[in-house]
Design a protein around this ligand. Sequence first.
Ligand code: MN3
Length: 203
Amino acid sequence: MFTLPELPYRYDALEPYIDVQTMTLHHDKHHQTYVDKLNAALESQPDWQGKDLDELLKNLDKIPEVSRAAVRNHGGGHANHSLFWQILSPEHDLKPDGALDEAIIRDFRDMSSFQAAFTTAAMNQFGSGWAWLVVDQAKKLKVMALPNQDSPVSQGLTPILTLDVWEHAYYLKYQNRRNEYVENFWHVVNWQEVGRRFEQVTA
Ligand code: MN3
């Protein structure tokens, strides 16, 4: 049985960039629902119970069709939100350093070119989805967007940074202004955690 992980900081820790109301609703209601529906989807799949999320998301094509879409959507939803909470920081305006900083320069030229590419991905994702910074099999950094709750893990990629661009992630504070939400996201990125994840994949 999957359970909702606690936030690693207070609900108001990301103010004023991500507001306390959004964080509370997003974590306690939206994320909880993905967890509950993932557990419900696995009730009829004893062979898949007890597998970790990565294993489920890497093997969607092997999951019986009756449960596949639910595992894709709710397993993805659980995995994506769990990562999202981790890569946000109560300490604001951090910067990448070390191996990750070097890789950003290597693969995007500089930090502002990387941020521009990520912002474009987040803005151009039509409807609901997520923007991603992933490490590919050649250990290169790539920016992408995926719809709904699709996870890069299902494509053999390792996500290290992500931004939820579903309206539920920003509508209370920003209404239709996704651009402001994306701009403000950079203030609350936990670059230490992103760097730690990068080094885990590339070490
Ligand atoms: Mn969400």
